[in-house]
Design a protein around this ligand. Structure first.
Ligand code: DAK
Length: 263
């Protein structure tokens, strides 16, 4: 792969978008490589993923404006589909994906972070949806996901004004769960991923599915989705071991819930 690297540390996979000369902007090649990288993750071994950008300046500075500028309508549609397919793959990926946002997360960069389950960032991170200044709407789900993450009013303000926000404001409005120094960010992401990886994998997957699917329907249907995924955990080794350890009062083995680390 030219633009995406994949490393494994224990049960955590780290996917890095590696095009630092263009601030990791998403062109067709990056999107294709990301798609292939996610397909290659062994979800039986890996329990959580981290998505980040190479270099110290940028997570992803958006879709590649140079490549987009000459697209015909048909090519624009194909480019949009390629991006949306990858973003949806991340959002519905069976295991949790943490975005470790290490700098600019603009346009498609902000959007790809929002297709991840959890966002944490470095103190130099900048988020924004600058598309209306470029004469387009956000096209990789920004109008939909930003409103769901930060609420309708704040999403509309960010999108209509195209104003960038810094890490502290992103934290205040709930776009990121925590802010770290640049040096601390990857360790914090790995610690978070390892904490998730220690929990019962089937339960974690089912929680992701229950939350994602439940948000698409009304509460009556959402509760049924939860019921089914709750029931699905029974008779699994995870459930037998998890409850068995508790009943045995085996403190060493007991599944522990560790709260998110906040700076
Ligand atoms: N695309 C291509 N190249 C980019 C880029 C981008 N988005 N962002 C930065 N680069 C390149 C620069 O051109 C420059 O390349 P060289 O000139 O060195 O060859 C290099 O990265 C370093 O950038 P700067 O020299 O500009 O660095 P600065 O520190 O001065 O500024 C910046 C950093 C992030 C503030 C600035 O680069 C910037 O404003 N970049 C553009 C940010 C932006 O507007 N991003 C949003 C793009 S719109 C669609 C679906 C989705 C989308 C579109 C269509 N369909 C459904 C069809 C998504 C749209 C977007 O994401």
């Amino acid at each position: 792969m030219e633009f995406v690297t994949y490393e494994v540390e224990g049960q955590v996979g780290i996917i890095t978008i590696n095009r630092p000369k263009a601030l990791n902007a998403l062109n067709s090649a990056v999107l294709e490589e990301l798609d292939k990288t996610f397909d290659a993750v062994d979800v039986n071994e890996i329990r959580a993923l981290i998505l980040t950008g190479a270099g110290e300046k940028s997570f992803v500075a958006g879709a590649d404006i140079g490549e987009m500028s000459t697209l015909t309508k048909a090519e624009g549609e194909a480019f949009g589909k390629k991006g949306n397919d990858v973003f949806r793959k991340i959002e519905t990926f069976p295991i949790p994906v943490i975005a470790a946002v290490n700098g600019f997360a603009l346009g498609g960069g902000c959007e790809i972070s929002m297709s991840c389950d959890i966002r944490i960032c470095s103190d130099n991170a900048v988020f924004g949806q600058p598309e209306v200044g470029l004469g387009i709407t956000p096209g990789f789900g920004g109008t939909q996901r930003l409103a769901r993450v930060v609420g309708v009013g704040m999403a509309k303000q960010m999108i209509y004004t195209a104003r960038n926000i810094k890490a502290d404001e992103a934290y205040r409005i709930g776009l990121v769960n925590a802010v770290y120094t640049q040096e601390e960010l990857m360790d914090a992401a790995k610690k978070l991923a390892s904490t998730i990886a220690k929990n019962a994998p089937i339960a974690v997957r089912n929680c992701k599915k229950a939350i994602n699917d439940g948000l698409q329907v009304d509460m009556d249907q959402a509760i049924v989705i939860e019921e089914k995924l709750f029931g699905d955990c029974f008779e699994t080794e995870d459930q037998k071991a998890g409850m068995g350890n508790f009943l045995e009062k085996d403190k060493e083995k007991k599944l522990k819930v560790v709260p998110f680390q906040n700076k």
